[in-house]
Design a protein around this ligand. Structure first.
Ligand SMILES: C[S@@+](CC[C@H](N)C(=O)[O-])C[C@H]1O[C@@H](n2cnc3c(N)ncnc32)[C@H](O)[C@@H]1O
Length: 278
């Protein structure tokens, strides 16, 4: 698709591995919005109006998210997964927890994890420094994430005690407190990029926990493979991977991750090498 070629040339993002039906639907919205009669005339519009590139990127990268999206998964994270990780850290005398939110949209997901970790460490009076890295391909979404001001609609799953403890309200916006925003480091990073296997800002992977939710659904099978290989490499030994409800490792990676909860897409890294690493 020539439109994707233009996006690659101008912005360096390669969307050719995204599901065609999704691309056609999303690009179709831009055709309608710009009154272009077909893809060729939209391409012309794109070439003559550089600002349309941002609109197109926005349409393709779907940033829909909210705090504690999929509440059951977050409850499991708070009650079982993170306490077990912390207990293990204490036992090993290791004072860091490394988390990666891959495809973090406007920060709702990494900040939800930060709130849980903050609360857990305070409650247990444990001195561990969490290192939470959050990445997305969409620079505009990351700028919003850094502002950390949200509408009420993003906060529907937030518990009342978290709302009063970690947010301040000004008008219609809910501002997350620096105690939480300071725990998360954002970086623009393409999950399909081959240059860096982990986000450069994290220096090395070795993540105890990775959330990669509702991103893989947009990719074709080959690109999903690339991402699962990356996630496997980036996880620490026995690290935990959380996917979206409609996502699961493909055939090539079923030996690499074992599902540890029946009713939530939570996986533990197995030590088998991935097809690409073998
Ligand atoms: C639907 S949102 C999911 C947000 C959050 N993880 C959740 O589940 O609520 C998908 C995010 O993935 C990002 N994304 C899409 N392709 C990506 C890629 N190749 N590398 C990094 N992020 C990508 C989009 O920009 C978008 O913010």
């Amino acid at each position: 698709m020539a439109i994707l070629g233009h996006l690659l040339e101008k912005r360096g993002f390669n969307f050719s591995g995204y599901r065609l039906s999704m691309l056609e639907r999303r690009i179709g919205k831009r055709l309608t919005a710009t009154h272009s009669k077909d893809q060729q005339s939209y391409l012309l519009h794109l070439q003559n109006n550089p600002e349309e590139l941002d609109m197109l990127l926005d349409a393709i990268t779907i940033n829909v998210s909210n705090f504690f999206r999929d509440p059951l998964t977050f409850e499991l994270l708070a009650d079982r997964i993170l306490p077990a990780i912390v207990e293990n850290k204490v036992r090993l005398n290791d004072n860091t927890i490394r988390v990666w939110s891959a495809g973090c949209a406007m920060g709702e997901e990494p900040y939800s994890v930060a709130i849980i970790i903050h609360e857990l460490l305070q409650k247990e009076r444990i001195r561990i420094s969490p290192q939470i890295f959050a990445t997305d391909i969409d620079g505009k979404a990351l700028k919003e994430a850094e502002k950390a001001a949200y509408k009420a609609s993003s906060l529907e799953n937030v518990k009342h005690r978290h709302l009063t403890r970690y947010f301040s309200q000004s008008g219609k916006a809910f501002q997350l407190l620096p105690e939480i925003t300071g725990m998360v480091t954002f970086e623009q990073y393409d999950m399909l990029a081959t240059r860096h296997r982990v986000p450069p800002v994290s220096i090395f992977g070795n993540f105890d926990l990775i959330l990669c939710r509702n991103l893989l659904i947009y990719l074709n099978t080959d690109c999903q493979k690339t991402v699962f290989t990356k996630l496997h490499h980036a996880l620490a030994r026995n690290g935990i991977l959380i996917l979206g409800q409609a996502e699961a490792p493909g055939l090539n990676h079923q030996q690499c991750f074992s599902r540890i909860v029946d009713f939530s897409p939570i996986y533990r890294k197995c030590q088998e090498k991935t097809a690409n690493e073998a």
